[in-house]
Design a protein around this ligand. Structure first.
Ligand SMILES: [Zn+2]
Length: 89
């Protein structure tokens, strides 16, 4: 598969984020630490096998999040997300 074929939108990680956070996260807003763009999680660019899940900014392609799940643990790297904003449940 080409990189383009592996490219998904943020709705693809709704289930994964729901395992980690207690709330529905696809409507959450991410602020990119690279360019400052604010996007709903549903609009970000997801690569689901990169390895783990890599989430990129749709504006500047910077990595917003990396999530790896395996061996009964999660690793969540939010270095590229300056702010994650979401409504109360
Ligand atoms: Zn950006």
């Amino acid at each position: 598969m080409t990189v383009e074929e592996r490219r998904l939108d943020g709705n693809a990680i709704g289930g994964l984020l729901r395992e980690i956070f207690t709330m529905e996260m696809t409507a959450a807003q991410t602020t990119c630490a690279g360019c400052g763009a604010i996007n709903a999680v549903g609009r970000v660019v997801v690569y689901a096998d990169a390895p783990g899940t890599v989430v990129r900014c749709p504006e500047c392609e910077s990595v917003l999040m990396r999530i790896v799940h395996g061996g009964g643990r999660y690793w969540v790297d939010l270095t590229g997300t300056r702010c994650l904003e979401f409504a109360e449940g």
